[in-house]
Design a protein around this ligand. Structure first.
Ligand SMILES: [Zn+2]
Ligand SMILES: [Zn+2]
Length: 239
């Protein structure tokens, strides 16, 4: 089926490689986004407005800024803007809890309603989400919709790639119809059964130091692949 959208073409590229293709799609989008921001950091007025609203990037994306070789000065400019914005808003953050139920009940309530990590949800509800996370979410939705739209074509390469990570499998089930859900479930069960066997092999051969057969390639990679399968791919590279 011909589809000329950028998301479709990107998905075609990523799905033939091992690992969750939606994670790969998001990583590429966020990397381009952060790289552009770093280059334009000192001049982009919108960026500074954004940082004023979000008080910087989340933990993951702030650290990712440091992986772009030669861009530490630009990262420092971004972090300075974030720190100054956060300092200005400290009095507001200190009093944001006034009028809300107290203690852990309030924290649990905030966490349940915002679906973001506790460390972020306990910030003032007036703090905007991390701009890179917002970019990532938009790409996620586009990628998941595209995967479903072309599931007939993508089913076989998805199985070969090792299926989706658990967070993206969970998300796609909200968008899929019953037939698509059945296809995705079959793929996911198959690839995780295989992964469990590779992890078994890894454990068996680690326990038996005198085993004669060398470990297979999937067995050698099984521990890292399992972590990626359950939590998503986080290949933040240091260049
Ligand atoms: Zn994923
Ligand atoms: Zn983020």
């Amino acid at each position: 089926m011909s589809d000329t959208t950028a998301t479709y073409q990107q998905l075609q590229l990523h799905i033939v490689k091992p690992g969750c293709p939606i994670c790969a799609l998001c990583e590429a989008a966020v990397e381009t986004y952060l790289d552009t921001l770093l280059w334009e950091s000192s001049t982009d007025f919108n960026l500074h407005n954004m940082l004023n609203a979000s008080l910087g990037f989340c933990g993951r994306h702030s650290r990712q800024l440091l992986t772009f070789g030669g861009q530490r000065l630009a990262a420092a400019v971004i972090e300075r803007a974030s720190l100054l914005a956060a300092t200005r808003r400290l009095p507001e953050i200190a009093t944001a809890s006034e009028g809300l139920p107290s203690g852990w009940g309030r924290i649990r309530q905030l966490w349940a309603s915002s679906k973001v990590p506790l460390v972020q949800s306990t910030l003032s509800p007036y703090v905007a989400p991390c701009p890179a996370c917002v970019r990532q979410s938009a790409e996620e939705v586009r990628g998941l919709e595209m995967l479903l739209k072309h599931l007939d074509e993508f089913a076989a390469p998805l199985q070969k790639a090792g299926g989706l990570c658990l967070p993206h499998f969970n998300q796609i089930t909200y968008l899929a119809n019953a037939t698509q859900r059945a296809t995705l479930l079959r793929i996911q069960q198959q690839v995780w059964d295989d992964l469990a066997q590779h992890l078994e092999e890894f454990i068996r051969k680690q326990m038996d130091h005198h085993h004669k057969d060398p470990i297979s390639e999937p067995g050698r990679l099984a521990l890292e692949r399992t972590i990626a399968a359950l939590t998503g791919e986080f290949p933040v590279r240091v260049r």
